[in-house]
Design a protein around this ligand. Structure first.
Ligand code: TRP
Length: 467
């Protein structure tokens, strides 16, 4: 039933492939859509500084912990945890930390693809605009800003279109997961991540030259500590975790395809550094354009889907830039949705002894059903409250419930258990054989994993549930 290490197992073809795929997993809607929205709603500089601190002190230690469990186990996430537990003489029930991750990755991918569908919609909108008005002028020539802002609510009101686009995004994701690790997942990462970086740098450069660069830098990098409230700190830790793909067994799953030649300490730093750099560059990309158009930075979720398209209106080549921007977001989202779908797919393959094809199809169908429900919770099912019996989720529709349960319960709990497992339960000899770090760095990492990370995460979780 369980693949043994003797049978040839699909895996990354090189260290670079692993790093690119893991960066592809981390860099996604979290960096491009959520980070600027959160930074804007939480006052800019103070949030940004605290975010960076969270990545360094909480994110990176957990990232290393997850990848090392995977690389040691060379199996699906729950089986990898069981192997390390067994070899450490601990209970195999520690696999619950990864089992929860499998469930949350499944829940997240279903609503993540819905947002991926919104991105597809905007790609279409800009292609249509280029076809109608040509490439030279601004986007949506002659149309009032209200019309452009109304595009998103218009999409939300159309359940069939929204569910359909979400399913298209899921189908593209499924295609690559079905092709396997080295031929599918690695392929998307190695082609789309470089393309993503080129587009990101080009659009940021363009926005910097034509937009409000100075105002942006002052906004993102002026640290006004009076703005650092507990709410802002909570938002920063939550955002750091989501952006680094932690707490849902994603990095255990990807680590399991890494070979012995990979230095996990070093690659964790590269992955975390790249993810943070992209989040900051996304801020430097979006805010100059938004400031130049005189729009508000506190638009939250509407920042990317409503304010930015309005801002493209006044830019030369606005419709081309808009098209390139949403293509770039789509690339980043796809490498993340592929990583999310891989978590339950690799588990089901192993658990039920079925082929990757069958496993991916069954898991993908389930995610599709859940995704359609999530898409319809903006319209036809807007009144459905699936968790009405739980006070903090009483007003949540299906989409919000999927997001809320994973973000407030599963992700922090999964990460706390990961830290306790790696820091206290697993045999230190096994752990140290994997982590690739030594000296003071090793001491610091161990102290963070044992004490700081679980404590901070427990506080976050408490606030999220009761605060
Ligand atoms: N990090 C991804 C992003 O920023 C989203 C995400 C959260 C994710 N958890 C994950 C991706 C687990 C892959 C695996 O968009």
């Amino acid at each position: 039933m369980v693949t043994t290490s003797a049978s040839p197992r699909d895996g990354w073809s090189s260290r670079t492939a692993f790093v690119l795929a893991a960066i592809g997993s981390a860099v996604g809607l979290g960096n491009l859509w959520r980070f600027p929205a959160e930074a804007g709603q939480n006052g800019g500089g103070a949030f940004v500084l605290f975010y960076i601190l969270c990545v360094a002190l909480i994110g990176l230690p957990v990232l290393l912990s997850e990848t090392l469990i995977g690389r040691h186990g060379q199996a699906s996430a729950p089986e990898s945890v069981r192997r390390m537990a067994r070899e450490s003489g601990a209970s195999a029930h520690w696999d619950v930390l990864a089992g929860m991750g499998v469930l949350s990755a499944f829940m997240i991918v279903s609503f993540y693809c819905v947002v991926g569908g919104w991105v597809l919609y905007y790609v279409g909108v800009f292609i249509n605009d280029i076809a109608q008005t040509g490439a030279g002028g601004g986007a949506f020539e002659g149309r009032p800003a209200e019309d452009i802002e109304a595009l998103l609510p218009g999409l939300f009101g159309n359940g069939t279109l929204m569910a359909g686009l979400g399913l298209v995004f899921l189908a593209i994701t499924l295609f690559f997961v079905m092709r396997g690790v080295s031929k599918g997942i690695e392929w998307v990462a190695t082609w789309l991540m470089p393309a993503f970086f080129v587009l990101l740098i080009a659009i940021t450069g363009y926005g910097f030259v034509t937009g409000e660069a100075e105002e942006t830098i002052a906004y993102l990098f002026t640290f006004d500590f009076s703005k650092l409230t507990p709410q802002v700190m909570l938002a920063a830790v939550g955002q750091a975790f989501f952006s680094l793909s932690l707490g849902v067994a994603g990095m255990i799953t990807y680590g399991a395809y890494a070979g012995r030649e990979v230095n996990l300490g070093q690659t964790s730093a590269i992955i975390g550094g790249a993810d943070t750099a992209v989040a900051l560059i996304a801020g430097l990309c979006i805010f100059p354009i938004v400031f130049a158009a005189g729009l508000s930075v506190t638009a939250g979720p509407g920042l990317m889907f409503q304010s930015l398209p309005v801002a493209f209106q006044n830019m030369p080549f606005g419709s081309v830039i808009g098209f390139a921007f949403f293509m770039m977001v789509g690339f980043a989202a796809l490498t993340s949705s592929v990583a999310l779908l891989e978590v339950p797919t690799s588990w089901a393959m192993e658990r039920f002894g079925v082929s990757r094809m069958v496993s991916a199809l069954v898991v993908g169908t389930g995610a599709g059903v859940l995704g359609v429900l999530a898409a319809l919770s903006f319209n036809d099912l807007a009144e459905v409250r699936p968790l009405a019996m739980i006070p903090i989720f009483a007003n949540a529709n299906i989409f919000d419930a999927l997001d809320g349960v994973t973000a407030k319960i599963f992700m922090p709990l999964g990460a706390i258990l990961t830290c306790v497992f790696v820091g206290w339960v697993a045999d230190p000899a096994l752990v140290d054989g994997e982590n690739g770090i030594g000296g003071w760095l090793h001491q610091t990492w161990r102290a963070l994993v044992r004490y700081v990370c679980p404590a901070v995460l427990a506080v976050i979780m408490g606030f999220g549930l009761f605060g």
